[in-house]
Ligand binder design. Structure first.
Ligand SMILES: C[S@@+](CC[C@H](N)C(=O)[O-])C[C@H]1O[C@@H](n2cnc3c(N)ncnc32)[C@H](O)[C@@H]1O
Length: 295
């Protein structure tokens, strides 16, 4: 989220009519504070999932912080959920939380003494098992500017109330979130995999719901290690989906021309950044019978 939004702010904000979702009204379930995270879209996602009494299968192929999968699991929207993510570090977190020794991870977080020295030592320790990678990723996500895990992001300088790197380090909250996820993890299958392969494999399933949130065309480069995807290929794959889908994007001419080219339907939806700036995002879906204005 964050700075990617500023680009569009000046030209878009005056046109906004619809109500912007107050993110504080949506339960925070993810251990990540994820750049480009979709917590703000959760009220819309709930409406989309309610097309069915209960969704049999939900797939989130670009999982990131995984808020859609987690919400679906906690709120009992879907029987079976698959999350996929290609990023080594992000995947390590999900591997440990969903398939590994998550108690080790929460204890490590809870007992970690957050000083600049300790952060430096952890982040520069070359000998790492997957659980160490998971811990370092959570640490980096919490102490770096904008939650950006990709190389090149600096540490938080002042943060909340001048607390610097400690300003987003909520050890008890993180431990509680991991413990809560433990209770629903039997419904979630995590794959360190390429989103395109996952979509391709499941494209013919009529009962499957896909929540597709790729790295965006403009901001992706700064926010993620894996940012360079073939957007046109994604559109051509979407066309083949027999089930239901949501595909989200930033509101750019490039994306709108792909929407036109593939004769897809879309709506725009306003959102507010953590810097309180407004912008529009694009929601593409196979149908909009579930959509209501002011979603
Ligand atoms: C916009 S973010 C998803 C944010 C997520 N919806 C949330 O709310 O936290 C896009 C994610 O896709 C991942 N990604 C990029 N290319 C991928 C690929 N080919 N397969 C799977 N994941 C990929 C990135 O690492 C990033 O985590």
């Amino acid at each position: 989220m964050i700075e990617q939004l500023t680009i569009f702010e000046s030209e878009k904000s005056n046109k906004q009519q619809a109500k912007v979702v107050n993110v504080a009204s949506v339960p925070q379930r993810s251990p990540f504070r994820y750049p480009g995270g979709k917590t703000w879209l959760i009220p819309t996602v709930r409406k989309w999932l309610r097309q069915e009494n209960k969704v049999t299968e939900l797939i989130e192929p670009f999982a990131g912080g995984g808020i859609v999968s987690l919400t679906a699991a906690f709120e009992n929207f879907a029987d079976h959920i698959t999350m996929a993510e290609l990023d080594e570090e992000v995947a390590a977190v999900w591997e440990i939380i969903l398939n590994g020794n998550n108690e080790w991870l929460s204890n490590k977080i809870f007992n970690f003494e957050l000083t600049h020295d300790n952060v430096y030592k952890e982040l520069n320790n070359p000998k790492k098992e997957i659980r160490d990678v998971a811990f370092c990723t959570i640490l980096k996500n919490r102490v770096s500017h904008g939650g950006i895990i990709a190389n090149g992001s600096g540490l938080i300088k002042n943060g909340e109330n001048g607390k610097g790197i400690a300003s987003r380090w909520y050890a008890k909250t993180l431990k509680d979130r991991i413990a809560a996820i433990n209770l629903v993890k039997h419904r979630i299958n995590f794959l360190k995999a390429d989103a395109f392969e996952i979509i391709e494999k499941n494209v013919n399933k009529k009962k499957c719901y896909f929540f597709i949130d790729p790295p965006y065309t403009i901001a992706g480069k700064r926010l993620y290690t894996h940012f360079d995807i073939d957007h046109e290929r994604l559109f051509s794959l979407i066309e083949e989906i027999k089930g239901k889908y949501i595909l989200t994007y930033d509101d750019t001419e490039e994306i709108k021309s792909l929407v036109d080219k593939y004769k897809l339907q879309y709506r725009t939806i306003p959102m507010k950044t953590t810097h309180h700036l407004k912008k529009n995002e694009i929601i593409i879906s196979d149908n909009f019978n579930w959509w209501t204005e002011n979603t």
